[in-house]
Ligand binder design. Structure first.
Ligand SMILES: C[S@@+](CC[C@H](N)C(=O)[O-])C[C@H]1O[C@@H](n2cnc3c(N)ncnc32)[C@H](O)[C@@H]1O
Length: 206
C-alpha cells in the first residue's frame, strides 16, 4: 500500500511496497532532525514524565529518543500525514492532528513542541509541507500562540510543557505569552549558533 492514508499498513519487507521511494519523498516533505531537534530531545529526556505528547513530531526522532531513553509511552502528532507515517515507521504512535485539537483534557503529563518558528514575509510564503514545518508566520509566533492558549487544557495537574524557543521568534515575547496563559517558565538547555540562540523552556502552571 502506498496511499496517503496514514492508517495504511506498510509491509517493510515487501520490495513492491514502495517504502524506499516513500522514504525519499518523506525526506523532502518531512522535517529531518537538526540542532533544534537535538536540543529538545536533550531537555525532554531529562524532564519528561508520565504520558508524553510531542506536538509537531516531524520524523518522530525526538519522540523515539524519549521512548528509548526513558521507557515512556510517547504519542507523536503532526499536521503532516507523511510525518505521522514516518513517526510510526520509527515505532512511535504517530497521529495526524492540528496542534492539540483532538486530545482530551488532562491527557498528558508532558507536552513537547519544537514549533515552526521562522518569521516569514507573507509575500515569500509558499504552500507546502516544508513551509508548515518552518514558517511561524510574520511574527514567528503564529503557531506558538494557539499552542500556548490550548496546551493547559491537555496537560494533567503537575504536568510540564517543554517548548523550544528561538531568539529569532523573540524569547521575551514567547515568555510573556506563556505567562499570559498561566505558566511560569524555567530555561532547561540553551545553545547559541551564529544566527540564533535556541532555548528549551519548561513551563509549569504558575
Ligand atoms: C520544526 S519542525 C519539528 C519537527 C520535529 N519535532 C523535530 O524537532 O525534528 C515543526 C513540525 O511541526 C509540524 N506542524 C506545523 N503546523 C502544525 C500544526 N498546526 N499542528 C501540528 N503540527 C504542526 C510540522 O509539520 C513539522 O513537522
Amino acid at each position: 500500500m502506498t496511499g496517503d492514508d496514514p492508517a495504511d499498513p506498510v509491509d517493510t519487507d515487501d520490495p513492491e511496497s514502495g517504502l524506499a521511494e516513500r522514504r525519499g519523498l518523506d525526506e523532502t516533505v518531512v522535517y529531518q532532525p537538526a540542532e533544534d531537534s537535538g536540543l529538545l530531545a536533550e531537555a525532554a529526556v531529562a524532564e519528561a514524565h508520565g504520558r508524553v505528547l510531542e506536538v509537531g513530531t516531524g520524523s518522530g526522532w525526538v519522540a523515539q529518543q524519549i521512548a528509548d531513553e526513558r521507557g515512556l509511552a510517547v504519542v507523536g502528532s503532526d499536521l503532516n500525514p507523511h510525518a505521522a507515517r514516518q513517526a510510526r515507521e520509527r515505532g512511535v504512535e504517530g497521529v495526524v492532528a492540528d496542534l492539540l485539537s483532538p486530545f482530551r483534557a488532562d491527557a498528558f503529563d508532558t507536552v513537547c513542541f519544537n514549533p515552526p518558528y521562522l518569521p516569514t514575509d507573507p509575500d515569500n510564503e509558499w504552500d507546502d509541507w516544508m513551509e508548515h514545518a518552518l514558517s511561524g508566520g510574520e511574527s514567528g509566533r503564529e503557531l506558538i500562540e494557539p499552542f500556548l492558549d490550548d496546551v493547559g487544557r491537555a496537560l494533567a495537574p503537575g504536568g510540564v510543557v517543554l517548548l523550544l524557543v528561538s531568539s529569532l521568534t523573540g524569547y521575551d515575547e514567547v515568555l510573556t505569552l506563556a505567562e499570559d496563559a498561566g505558566f511560569a517558565a524555567d530555561p532547561v538547555v540553551e545553545e547559541s549558533f551564529p544566527f540564533e540562540t535556541l532555548t528549551v523552556v519548561a513551563l509549569r502552571r504558575a
